[in-house]
Design a protein around this ligand. Structure first.
Ligand code: AOF
Ligand code: ZN
Length: 365
């Protein structure tokens, strides 16, 4: 199952709105086929692994094999026939899996179909790892919006820029490379308008072997202040760019941005502040499952205030910048500790001279 999970991990950022699933088929101690959900979400992992096993060993050899699958095999007739039926028809005699697929078309029907066909089914193996891997898929199905990770790269006192506004680079190369890996595994990368203006970021993936990843780049830019000459806008032809803006933002500006290949997402607002929950629900509806928010302080605070942060990835550098520097998170107006957003430490590691701590919150329900 660990091998199947690490196969599945390769699909993160590529399979939305579908989950990324890994499948390993083995018999007599020998691996016969491996598969991972293909880019765009199809073919499913089981189909890929079955095809590989058949090509290498012949169809007959699959009789009596065991399939290790990181999510309940599907039971619905989508654009491809159900994986549960395909496993049974191939003669696989045992399926080992993790958790139920919460897609209303599946929800236990895959396991039931396998058992009805006479296969031995074991579930619950490495269930927590399987849930963590596809947390975007599970969050979207449960809440109708993508899973949101807030990335903060800050000094030891939580400041992200000096008093004069200098912010590059607080953390070192290992932390930056990890950020690029996190981008590659996300469906979308989000920043606020202030960060887009001061950093003029590209928000692309610059890691050997992963240059082809093109997560949707999003700027929360209520008044459409983003310069037409910014690197984000200038690269909108090759890498998708979406701007969340207030419904009343200037029409000429919208037309000019659209003409440059930028997609517009008109979003409701409360006293001029974009309703990020609405915008995220719209992103969920179009299939986005994993969003990485890279700041700055204002959008970080807005997301936290509206209870929209599922995970914080906290990169800490060994500098102290002091209260005259910009904070990683803007004003939250928390008066009582009991009302502060709280997270639980899920991992902590050293990255060169910096550290990365990942803090999470359980999915409601
Ligand atoms: C599997 N194996 O590798 C994946 C599954 O639109 P469709 O027909 O491709 O179905 C999408 C649903 O299939 C998705 O919501 C989830 O329930 C399941 N994904 N199932 O057996 C896979 N990716
Ligand atoms: Zn399937």
């Amino acid at each position: 199952m660990r091998a199947a999970l690490s196969l599945a991990q390769r699909g993160l950022g590529l399979t939305a709105p579908n989950p990324t699933v890994g499948c390993v088929i083995a018999k007599d101690g020998r691996v016969m086929g491996r598969g991972v959900t293909q880019p765009g979400g199809r073919p499913h992992a089981e189909q890929v692994a079955l095809a590989q096993a058949r090509a290498a060993w012949g169809a007959e050899a699959l009789r009596g094999a065991t399939a290790w699958v990181t999510l309940e095999p599907c039971a619905h007739h989508g654009r491809t026939p159900p994986c549960a039926d395909a496993l049974a028809a191939a003669g696989v005699s045992r399926v080992v899996s993790t958790v139920e697929d919460p897609d209303p078309r599946v929800r236990g029907r895959g396991f039931a179909a396998l058992r009805a066909a006479g296969l031995e089914v074991t579930t619950g193996v490495l269930a927590d790892e399987a849930l963590a891997l596809n947390v975007g898929f599970f969050t979207r199905l449960a809440l109708g919006r993508p899973h949101v990770t807030l990335k903060l790269a800050a000094a030891l006192d939580g400041r992200i820029a000096t008093a004069s506004g200098e912010s590059r680079w607080i953390t070192g190369p290992a932390a930056r490379a990890r950020t690029h890996l996190m981008r590659a595994r996300s469906d979308a990368v989000l920043v606020g308008a202030g960060t887009a203006r001061t950093d003029d970021p590209m928000l692309d993936v610059r890691l050997p072997g992963l240059e082809g990843r093109r997560p949707l780049r999003i700027v929360a830019d209520g008044g459409l202040s983003l310069s037409l000459m910014s690197r984000l806008v200038r690269s909108a032809g090759e890498r998708p760019l979406l701007l969340m803006h207030r419904e009343g933002a200037a029409r000429e500006r919208r037309d000019a941005l659209r003409a440059l290949g930028v997609e517009m997402l008109p979003t409701g607002d409360r006293n001029g502040e974009l309703l990020l929950s609405d915008a995220l629900a719209r992103l969920g509806a179009r299939g986005v499952t994993r969003v990485l928010c890279e700041g700055g302080g204002r959008i970080a605070a807005a997301l936290l205030r509206d209870d929209l942060v599922d995970e914080i990835a906290w990169f800490a550098a060994g500098a102290v910048l002091g209260a005259d520097a910009a904070p990683a998170v803007g004003r939250l107006c928390v008066e009582r500790l009991a009302n502060a957003p709280t997270f639980t430490l899920s991992s902590h590691e050293r990255l060169g001279g910096d550290t990365l701590s990942v803090w999470t919150r359980p999915l409601p329900g």
